[in-house]
Design a protein around this ligand. Sequence first.
Ligand code: SF4
Ligand code: SF4
Length: 103
Amino acid sequence: MLIANYGYKDGSGEYFITLDTDKCDGCGKCVEVCPASVLEVIPNEFDIEDGNIMGVRDEHRHKLKYSCAPCKPTTGDIEPPCVTACLSQAITHFLSSAKGQVL
Ligand code: SF4
Ligand code: SF4
């Protein structure tokens, strides 16, 4: 299983979107539902024979805390649209504050 990690840690917490590249078929459903154009479909650099996969746009990789704010994934019970749109369950959205609180 190959995992692509996009995100960062800073003093306020950890903000990551991870993708299981084996599960992602590049269908683009997550891109369509993202209200902030954070996601894109890109060539699969992990496997040159394997078409496209989801990627996180460069300009958003270091500000996911803010870029993903429109989805307000503020409780552990509500999955953001990108996660629910992915029928392959390839996306994990991990946002947590430095205090250990799940955002
Ligand atoms: S949480 Fe929302 S803004 Fe962030 S990548 Fe997913 S759909 Fe886009
Ligand atoms: S919806 Fe899932 S399978 Fe489709 S491109 Fe996004 S991450 Fe990949």
